[in-house]
Structures are given as structure tokens and as C-alpha cells.
Design a protein around this ligand. Structure first.
Ligand SMILES: O=C(O)c1ccccc1NCC(=O)[C@H](O)[C@H](O)COP(=O)(O)O
Length: 268
């Protein structure tokens, strides 16, 4: 039976075919090569466990999702991104998937131009073309979902990401997926506590997975933050950084909410 992930990826491939017909690989590759060098997302995220400034926050521009439907209108993603930067976000995540998340590459380019911190292209990366595209639209970091890739793809896409000067957030859900991420020499490893089959969120899953994450990697806890308490828990469990979407886009004062989240991680 097809999973939610399978059906999202099917839509991603259809949209991608249309973009490839419009802008061939040679052209997108040339545009990527002409883009200003990527910012160093690894350095922006590392050290959150030891350093006095507390856990790093990756703040997401997220309008809609398969699990929750409509979350927030976000007519101007640059305004939200600037609020995130003012609130102390270390990285901004921009969902670029259109059908389920109402994201776009235009959002990515607009956010990139509006802030000085690294920007993550949050999408379902399954073809080489998307990596050049990410760079052409200004991404510094891309998401690689282990569950969506075989080992050869994981290795090749990580190499391509690094060749393009970007970093990759390699997202795992299970111990076995963490092992695959580590075997591929991922330097930034996330555990997403949203189960991609059921879409259920279980914040306790991070603690269960944390001991499998290598000490030298940047460790990221993804999803399920509904307030400062969860941020403090993730920090206590060893996360360098936390990825937050819904709680921030639904808060009328995202910069203030972010400050509260960062402060909470210092109380661990
Ligand atoms: O959010 C979803 O419903 C979803 C469904 C299927 C695949 C991915 C999905 N979300 C992407 C994310 O990983 C989250 O946007 C991100 O971790 C933030 O989560 P949250 O803070 O819980 O909004």
C-alpha cells in the first residue's frame, strides 16, 4: 500500500517534470554556478549542546501540511523570516513543496534575499536536478530524507550537495535510518518524531533515538514543539538544534516565541 511519503513524492516528481521541461538541467546548473556561495549552515548549528547561547532553532515557513491542513496564510514569507532572524533563529527552513505544503521556490528565493542567516530548502529531494535548483534559488542547506532514498542515492546526493557548497540535513526516523545516515557520513543528522506512515507525533521518540546519534554530528530534533517545555526536553536529551514549524507560524509574535524557546533551553 502506498504511504503518505510515496504519494507526496509522486506529486513532487510530476511538478519537477514540468519545471525540467521549462528550464533544462544545463540552464539550472549554470544558474546555480552563478549564485553567491552558500552560507555555512553546519557552523550555524553546531555547539548548541555546550555553548552558553543554548540550543539553536531552525524556524520554518510552513503554510499547510498533510497532517494538519491549513496552518497559516503567510502572505509575505520575508516578513516572517525577518521576525525569525530577529528572534534569534540560526537557520530558516522554507518548505518548497507545492501540493501538500503550499510552498514554492519563489518563497525560498524571497527569504534568501531577506535574511543573513542560512536557509534550508525543505522538500522531498529525489533527483539531481533539485539540488542545482536549490542552489540556484539560494539554498544553503537541503533536506535528505533517509526513508525516501536508497544507500547509493544517499551517498551520491550528499556528495553532490557538498560539491555545490551546501550542507545537508539528513533526516532519520528509526535506529536503522540513523545507521544509514552515519554510514553515508552525514554531518548533520535529524530525528523527525513525526511518523511518516501514520503522521503521529511522539516527542518521546527523540530521547529513544538520541543515544544512536554520533557525538561529532550536529544533532537535530524535528517536529512536535508546542511550547518551551518541549524545547527544554530536546535540549536536555542532547539536541544541538530544534526544528519548529507549526508553533511559530501560528504564534502572532514569532520573534517573542522564539526568544522564549531559546531561553527554555538554558534552563536544562
Ligand atoms: O507536517 C507534516 O504533516 C508532514 C507530513 C509528511 C511529511 C513531512 C511533514 N512535515 C515536515 C516536517 O518535518 C515539519 O514541517 C517540521 O519538522 C516542523 O514540524 P512541526 O514543528 O511539528 O510543525
Amino acid at each position: 500500500m502506498a504511504t503518505v511519503l510515496d504519494s507526496i513524492i509522486e506529486g513532487v516528481r510530476e511538478d519537477l517534470s514540468a519545471r525540467k521541461a521549462d528550464t533544462p538541467l544545463t540552464e539550472i546548473t549554470a544558474r546555480a554556478a552563478a549564485t553567491a556561495p552558500a552560507l555555512d549552515a553546519y557552523s550555524a548549528l553546531k555547539g548548541g549542546r555546550e555553548d552558553a547561547s543554548g540550543v539553536r532553532i531552525i524556524s520554518e515557513v510552513k503554510r499547510s501540511s498533510p497532517s494538519k491542513g491549513e496552518l497559516a496564510d503567510i502572505p509575505d514569507p520575508t516578513e516572517l523570516a525577518q521576525a525569525y532572524e530577529q528572534g534569534g533563529a540560526s537557520v530558516i527552513s522554507v518548505l518548497t513543496e507545492r501540493r501538500r505544503f503550499r510552498g514554492s521556490l519563489a518563497d525560498l528565493a524571497a527569504v534568501r534575499a531577506a535574511v543573513d542567516i542560512p536557509v534550508l530548502r525543505k522538500d522531498f529531494m529525489v533527483e539531481e536536478y533539485q539540488f542545482h535548483e536549490a542552489r540556484a534559488y539560494g539554498a544553503d542547506l537541503v533536506l535528505l530524507i533517509v526513508a525516501a532514498l536508497d544507500d547509493a542515492q544517499l551517498r551520491d546526493f550528499l556528495a553532490l550537495t557538498h560539491d555545490l557548497g551546501m550542507n545537508a540535513l539528513v533526516e532519520a526516523h528509526t535506529e536503522e535510518e540513523i545507521e544509514r545516515a552515519v554510514a553515508a557520513e552525514a554531518k548533520i543528522v535529524g530525528v523527525n518524531v513525526r511518523n511518516l506512515k501514520t503522521l503521529d507525533v511522539d516527542v518521546a521518540h527523540y530521547e529513544a533515538m538520541a543515544r544512536h546519534l554520533p557525538a561529532e554530528a550536529v544533532r537535530i530534533a524535528e517536529s512536535g514543539v508546542d511550547g518551551p517545555g518541549v524545547v527544554a526536553d530536546y535540549a536536555r536529551q542532547g539536541a544541538d538544534a530544534v526544528l519548529v514549524g507549526e508553533a511559530l507560524v501560528k504564534d502572532g509574535e514569532p520573534a517573542e516565541a522564539l526568544r522564549r524557546f531559546r531561553a527554555a533551553s538554558l534552563t536544562r
